[in-house]
Design a protein around this ligand. Sequence first.
Ligand SMILES: Cc1cc2nc3c(=O)[nH]c(=O)nc-3n(C[C@H](O)[C@H](O)[C@H](O)COP(=O)(O)O)c2cc1C
Length: 305
Amino acid sequence: MNLSTTFLGQKFPNPIVLASGILGVTAAGMTNVIKNGCGAVTAKSLAVKPRPGHPNPTVISNEHYMINAVGLSGEGLENAEAEFAKYKKNCPKNPLIASVISMKMEGFEAVTKRVNQTKADLIEVNISCPNVEDEFGRSFAALPETAYEATKIVKANSELPVIIKISPNVTSIVEIAKAVEEGGADAVNMGNTLGPGMVIDTHFKKPVLANKMGGVSGPAIKPITVKNVWQISQSTNLPIIATGGILTGNDAVEMFLAGASLVGIGSGVYYRGIEIFQKVNDEIQEYMEKENVGEIKDLIGFAHQ
Ligand SMILES: Cc1cc2nc3c(=O)[nH]c(=O)nc-3n(C[C@H](O)[C@H](O)[C@H](O)COP(=O)(O)O)c2cc1C
């Protein structure tokens, strides 16, 4: 049974990718994830310049879900460049996906060009960040027009294959995925957090997060990810990274059967510890042995047949 796979021309030793925003800040953090069995890493979403985040508390969790309002804080690509180089020196066989954000449409050009100067292997565009020029505060991922335009700008300026990370918070995921495909994306990541949601502390009678609202992730959102991956696989030719609620090998296999080529794991690190990457690999391997499946690619989209 072979867990290695190829995605956008890059060899992945296994189909698990660290999701953006979790442990993807320093070379040491990303290297540790690889040492624990992950196939590739996505760095924390970055703009060109440093950005402040939201005040604490920013993350809470229970057995069903996590909710976070970290607020896309980061040191900026200028400062991350050295960390990217160190990571690639430590882990030359494990692809590095740079994740970028911009709060204005025009900013996608500069942030993409900045990634070209780094050691990243692929670029992921987090279009779920707020578009500050939208009068209703919608993200670029919320409308087919803005999703298309952001994709086109990144594609025109990138020297690397482009993954667009889309949001489950839309009426028609098919409409968004088709717009991104038309804009020239090489792949999609489905997707970012759900919501936003809110949790109220009944003792203090106030929202728990300082920002009041936050994105929901973890086990509760998995069925929504499966459905979205299924629909994108059915309606586009885009390769898919499935992210949202994956904790076990069985969750990963569900995503492959729905049409995903790779799986992203974020909140799972909080639920099963850093060992989650090796455990999920072992569980996928066990499934493949039991079902007599030779390669990951034999599973991709199988549930559609
Ligand atoms: C604390 C935290 C920080 C995150 N930061 C980012 C980020 O910087 N960029 C991004 O694209 N997604 C970010 N996400 C979303 C995750 O990458 C992922 O898409 C989402 O949590 C769903 O996957 P999961 O259920 O495996 O966590 C963040 C999630 C969490 C929980």
